[in-house]
Design a protein around this ligand. Structure first.
Ligand code: NAD
Length: 497
C-alpha cells in the first residue's frame, strides 16, 4: 500500500492518536475549567476526540508565561542566527511529519488529502524556513542627521503576540504569522479555530523538539467568544495577528480599543471578482482557472473567485467550458488521493451555503448547475460545485462571502462596466482577469481595488509575494518581508556626539 491509495490513509487514520490538549508553558494540559468540546470530522460526522475548551484563566496563564520568557531575553534577544537554526529545525520536523500532519488536517477540516499533503503542510514548512532564512539578513539603519549626532534605527520584537486563525488552511495560515513573529523574537500564543485545532496542537510539540524555549510558542484551543476574546482584550498582549472573517475582524478592533490599543493586524474576508474579457484567446484555460478559483478547497478560500464577470461577446462559448471544468471539482472522499474537492468543514457551514443557494434562487438568479448537498450517506458534509447565471451584482450571493463552492456569473459589455462591477463590493482581497491585451491587463489591474490581482491565472501565491486586503478585507500583509513589519517596533536611538 502506498500513499497513492485511499486504504493507506484509512489505515493510518485508524492508528492515529488524537491529542486535543492545550500547550501551555511547554506542557500539554487540560483547560483550567476541565471543559472540552467534540472534534467532529466532516468526512463522516465521526467524533475524533475531545478538544480542551480554553478560556480566560488559560489565557491569563499563557500570557504571563509568554511575558516572562519574553522579558528573560532567552528568545527575544537571542542572536538571529540562533533563532534561525531553531526555526530551520522546526521546518524540517514538519516535513518529516508531513503525512501525519496532512492526515490530521484532512480529518479535521475535510480538505482533499492531495492538497494537505502537497500544498498546506509543505507550504507551512516553507513559510517558516523562508522567514528564518531572512532574519539574519535584515540590517538596522543610520538616519542622515547632522554629523554631531548619531541616530540609529533598530527593530525590536513587539512582545507577546496572539495569533488567531481560521479553519480553512489551519496550519498554513498559522505559519504565515508564526514565521515572521517567531523569527523577529516574539513570544506567540496561537489560538486555532475551534473547527480545526489538531495540527496547531501537534505543532507545539514539534516546536519544543526543535529547541524553541518553553513559553515562546503556546497553543490555546477553544472558542472565539471565550479564549479568543480573552486574548483580544488582554492588557498584556502587545499585538494581535488575525485571519478570519470581516465580522470578527471588526469586533477585534473594538476589543483592541477597549483594552490596551494593542497592534492589530487583520486578514479578513473577500468576494473576489474574476473577469474574463472577450480578447482572451484561450477560453479553455480561463474556464479551467475560473473553475479552480471556486472549486479549490471546496470554495472555502478567502480569495475564491466567487464573482465571475464574463464578457457578453463570449458568454455562450464560455459557460459550457466552465460547466465542464467545474465537474473536476465535484467532491470525493477526502482520503482518496484522486479527489480534488473534499468535505465542507461542518454542518453549520453546509447550512450557510445551502441558505445562500436558496437566497440566489429567491432573488431571481438562475441555478444552472449543482446546488445540492450530496454523499449524505457517508454521514459527512458535501456540496456540489454550484453555478448561478443571471446574477446581478446587488444580489446577496454577489455581495456576501458564501465560503463554499458557489460561483455567481455576471455579464458585462465594456471594460469600464467590468471594473465598476468588480469594485462594487466592500471587500478588496483579490481579483483575476483574463485578457490577451497587454495594455488592458495593466490598465484594469491598476484600477481594481484589491491586494492581489492575478492575470491569466488564478490562485497559487508564493511566500515571496505580499498578501492581504484593501478595504474591509483587512490591513497589513502576510508573506514577504512586509510581514515582518507587523511584529516589530522601530526604535530610534539618538546619540549626541
Ligand atoms: P471567523 O472569523 O469566524 O473565525 C476566525 C477565528 O477567530 C477563529 O479562531 C475563531 O474562533 C476566532 N474568533 C471568532 N470570534 C471571535 C471573537 N469574538 N474574539 C476572538 N476571536 C474570535 O472565521 P472562520 O469562519 O474561521 O474563517 C473563514 C473566514 O476567514 C472567511 O471570511 C475567510 O475569507 C477568512 N480568511 C481570510 C484569509 C486572508 O488571508 N485574508 C485567509 C483565510 C481565511
Amino acid at each position: 500500500m502506498s500513499s497513492q491509495d485511499k486504504a493507506y490513509w484509512e489505515t493510518r487514520a485508524e492508528q492515529l492518536t488524537i491529542n486535543g490538549k492545550a500547550w501551555i508553558n511547554g506542557e500539554y494540559t487540560d483547560a483550567a475549567s476541565g471543559e472540552t468540546f467534540d472534534c467532529i470530522s466532516p468526512l463522516d460526522g465521526r467524533t475524533l476526540g475531545k478538544i480542551a475548551s480554553c478560556s480566560q484563566e488559560d489565557a491569563d496563564r499563557a500570557v504571563a508565561c509568554a511575558r516572562e520568557v519574553f522579558d528573560s531575553g532567552e528568545w527575544s534577544r537571542a542572536a538571529p542566527a540562533d533563532r534561525k537554526a531553531v526555526l530551520f529545525k522546526l521546518s524540517d520536523l514538519i516535513l518529516e511529519h508531513v503525512e501525519e500532519l496532512a492526515l490530521l488536517e484532512t480529518l479535521d477540516m475535510g480538505k482533499a488529502i492531495r492538497f494537505s499533503l502537497n500544498d498546506d503542510i509543505p507550504g507551512s514548512a516553507k513559510s517558516l524556513r523562508w522567514c528564518a532564512e531572512a532574519i539574519d539578513k535584515i540590517y538596522g539603519e543610520i538616519a542622515p542627521v547632522d554629523p554631531s549626532r548619531l541616530a540609529m534605527i533598530t527593530r525590536e520584537p513587539v512582545g507577546v503576540v496572539a495569533v488567531i486563525v481560521p479553519w480553512n488552511f489551519p496550519l498554513s495560515m498559522a505559519s504565515l504569522k508564526l514565521g515572521p513573529a517567531l523569527a523577529t523574537g516574539n513570544s506567540v500564543i496561537l489560538k486555532p479555530s475551534e473547527k480545526s485545532s489538531l495540527t496547531a496542537i501537534r505543532l507545539a510539540q514539534l516546536a519544543e523538539e526543535a529547541g524553541l524555549p518553553k513559553g515562546v510558542l503556546q497553543v490555546l484551543p477553544g472558542y472565539g467568544h471565550t479564549v479568543g476574546k480573552a486574548l483580544a482584550l488582554h492588557n498584556d498582549v502587545d499585538c494581535l495577528a488575525f485571519t478570519g472573517s470581516t465580522r470578527t475582524a471588526r469586533q477585534l478592533m473594538v476589543y483592541a480599543g477597549e483594552s490596551n490599543m494593542k497592534r492589530i493586524w487583520l486578514e479578513a474576508g473577500g468576494k473576489s471578482p474574476h473577469i474574463v474579457f472577450a480578447d482572451c484567446q484561450d477560453l479553455e484555460a480561463a474556464a479551467k482557472g475560473a473553475a479552480m478559483g471556486i472549486g479549490y478547497n471546496q470554495g472555502e478560500v478567502c480569495v475564491a473567485g466567487s464573482r465571475l464577470l464574463v464578457d457578453q461577446a463570449i458568454y455562450d462559448e464560455f459557460i459550457p467550458l466552465l460547466q465542464k471544468h467545474m465537474q473536476a471539482w465535484k467532491p470525493g472522499h477526502p482520503l482518496d488521493p484522486e479527489s480534488r474537492a473534499g468535505a465542507i468543514v461542518d454542518e453549520v457551514q453546509v447550512r450557510t451555503i445551502l441558505d445562500y443557494i436558496a437566497s440566489g434562487q429567491e432573488e431571481g438568479a438562475r441555478l444552472s448547475s449543482g446546488g445540492q448537498r450530496i454523499l449524505e450517506d457517508t454521514g459527512g458534509f458535501y456540496i456540489e460545485p454550484t453555478l448561478f447565471e443571471g446574477v446581478d451584482n446587488s444580489m446577496k450571493i454577489a455581495q456576501e462571502e458564501i465560503f463554499g463552492p458557489v460561483v455567481s456569473v455576471i455579464q458585462f459589455s465594456s471594460e469600464d462596466e467590468a471594473v465598476k462591477i468588480a469594485n462594487d463590493t466592500h471587500y478588496g482581497l483579490a481579483a483575476g482577469l483574463w485578457t490577451d491585451n497587454l495594455s488592458r491587463a495593466h490598465r484594469v489591474a491598476g484600477k481594481i481595488r484589491a491586494g492581489t490581482v492575478y492575470v491569466n491565472g488564478y490562485l497559487g501565491g508564493d511566500i515571496t509575494v505580499p498578501f492581504g486586503g484593501f478595504k474591509q478585507s483587512g490591513n497589513g500583509r502576510d508573506k514577504s518581508l512586509h510581514a515582518f513589519d507587523k511584529f516589530i517596533e522601530i526604535k530610534s536611538t539618538v546619540m549626541y556626539l
